[in-house]
Design a protein around this ligand. Structure first.
Ligand SMILES: C[S@@+](CC[C@H](N)C(=O)[O-])C[C@H]1O[C@@H](n2cnc3c(N)ncnc32)[C@H](O)[C@@H]1O
Length: 223
């Protein structure tokens, strides 16, 4: 099976009756990602914005564990937006907002209802999108995060120009063969963008299967 999925539900797996799609990677990664998110989220109230929510499974699973936070899932694909809406209905949680369309290809992307967010979460998006999506994620995080708010990014990453495992080098090659604008990003490059935008360098947490959670904190504006 391919290590990357562009659109869930296209592999022949029939969706649940209500349109809830299933992402196989979700079952493998959501508990490990939660370990990296939960110490920060446990102390927070307010909004969490998820970019590229896919099926919506991460948003509803984490929302059930954080009743003090309101989760705002988003995506660009109609099929994914429908799946997120279906998972939201199924979960019947008061703290999951309706999904909204947010496209990180737009440098001026924004979200509704706006206002500072406690955290932004972006799982497995940056390697299957052009570099401008990473640029716009970091710039948007700097615009939308509350002071001390945090951007969490999950996926495979390079460190200082080197892959962290042979399997990630192969994965990177397969991504670039599919689309030359895609590829495994380098944490050093993301740090450079973050520093220029007013975010801390990433705190790096190793995850299973040669993935990482990167946590960037919104710094106080320079006076
Ligand atoms: C590999 S899927 C990951 C989905 C979900 N986060 C997960 O881990 O199950 C990548 C997601 O990024 C979304 N995506 C791709 N390009 C995007 C863009 N320019 N802006 C926002 N989301 C995008 C896709 O529609 C897809 O839902």
């Amino acid at each position: 099976m391919s290590r990357f999925v562009v659109e869930f539900g296209k592999d022949g797996t029939p969706p649940a009756e209500e349109g809830r799609l299933d992402a196989p990677p979700f079952h493998r990664n959501h508990e490990a990602i939660w370990q990296a998110l939960s110490p920060f989220l446990a102390a927070k109230t307010g909004a969490v914005l998820e970019i590229g929510s896919g099926t919506g499974q991460h948003a509803v699973t984490y929302a059930a564990r954080t009743p003090e936070l309101v989760w705002h899932p988003s995506d660009i694909l109609d099929t994914h937006l429908a799946s997120i809406a279906a998972w939201r209905l199924h979960a019947k949680l008061p703290n999951v907002a309706p999904p909204q369309r947010i496209d990180l290809a737009d440098p001026a992307w924004t979200w509704t209802p706006g206002g500072p967010v406690a955290a932004i979460l972006c799982i497995n998006v940056l390697h299957i999108s052009p570099w401008m999506v990473s640029q716009n994620l970091i710039a948007g995080a700097a615009r939308h995060l509350a002071r001390d708010g945090r951007l969490f990014v999950y996926g495979p990453f390079m460190r200082d120009g080197a892959h962290t495992a042979p399997s990630n080098a192969e994965f990177d090659a397969s991504l670039r063969a599919r689309n030359p604008a895609w590829g495994v990003r380098d944490i050093a490059d993301l740090d450079r963008l973050g520093l220029a935008a007013g975010l801390s360098p990433a705190v790096i947490t190793a995850m299973p299967a040669n993935n990482f959670v990167l946590a960037f904190t919104r710094l106080a504006p320079r006076i």
